[in-house]
Design a protein around this ligand. Structure first.
Ligand code: PAF
Length: 280
């Protein structure tokens, strides 16, 4: 496994591989890897000749400086996980390498970012859009793999790839879960023992909400059920629960009869912000 810290050495190596006819799969990450990330690497390995994983904690997508400070940085451990997964190349740049000067460009994703994460984390998707564009320009992948746990991120990146004609395919991949249903996330390691025991309630409530909508209930009635469920667990502080169209992310009034319905949730639990969703 090759580990590069600079853009130029990464580009030089990948250009030579592309010239030799090799297809490139790309898994962008912020490190603190878990089995969910490794499943993306495995998918990329199955689809491509060469798999590149980037590890970069992108400061411009954090709207909360405390969150950025607390974000785990575990490069050594991450590489230990990538090695047996047979990742070919790790690109782990410094902030100075990625941002010799602060980008002046701003990306406005319109209605895709006025809801959910975009509404509560101002500027977050601009930061994601800029860094993912830069990473795409460094790696020039044929396919890029993103986990559906960040459903809105996937929607935003698909839009960006379409709008800017990036010559690559975005491959959304299923959320990996712990055996009790909790979506895998690097933030889970910050949960106390008590909070960790309660965390599966998030997935549970998403399923209760799905069942309710399937009986013909409205979004409003379903929202009430979610609020009522969490009222039994005062450790949760619900930020949002949305019933949205999977493609447009526009809120919908009841289960989608034509397209896919996404149920999305963000909640604080013991000071840790967790998100999850299900699509049906
Ligand atoms: O999903 C993430 O880990 C990040 O948002 C990404 C896509 C690597 C951009 O920094």
């Amino acid at each position: 496994m090759l580990i590069f810290n600079t853009i130029s050495e990464t580009q030089d190596y990948l250009k030579s591989q592309q010239k030799a006819g090799k297809s490139i799969g790309f898994v962008p990450t912020m490190g603190a890897l878990h089995a969910g990330h490794i499943s993306l690497i495995e998918r990329s390995k199955a689809d491509n000749d060469l798999t590149v994983c980037s590890i970069f904690v992108n400061p411009t997508q954090f709207n909360n400086p405390e969150d950025l400070k607390k974000y785990p940085r575990t490069l050594g451990k991450d590489c230990e996980m990538l090695l047996p997964a047979k990742c070919d190349v790790v690109f782990a740049p410094s902030a100075e390498e990625m941002y010799p000067s602060l980008p002046q460009l701003r990306i406005d994703f319109g209605t895709l970012e006025t809801v959910m994460e975009g509404k509560f984390r101002s500027g977050h998707f601009n930061g994601v859009g800029i860094v993912v564009s830069k990473l795409f320009n460094v790696v020039k992948p044929d396919k890029a793999y993103f986990g559906l746990k960040d459903l809105q991120q996937v929607a935003v990146i698909r839009q960006m790839v379409r709008d800017l004609s990036f010559d690559l395919e975005v491959v959304p991949c299923p959320t990996l879960r712990e055996t009790d249903g909790l979506a895998m996330s690097s933030r889970n390691t910050r949960l106390s023992v008590e909070a960790r025991a309660l965390a599966p309630q998030i997935y549970k409530v998403l399923h209760l909400a799905k069942k309710k909508l399937e009986t013909g209930a409205s979004t409003k009635e379903t929202q009430e059920l979610v609020n009522q469920h969490f009222s039994n667990y005062p450790s949760f502080s619900l930020e949002y629960f949305e019933v949205a169209d999977y493609d447009t992310l526009k809120p919908i009034l009841a289960k989608n009869e034509t397209g896919k319905t996404a149920l999305c949730i963000a909640t604080f639990l013991g000071g840790v912000r967790l998100i999850d969703n299900i699509v049906f």
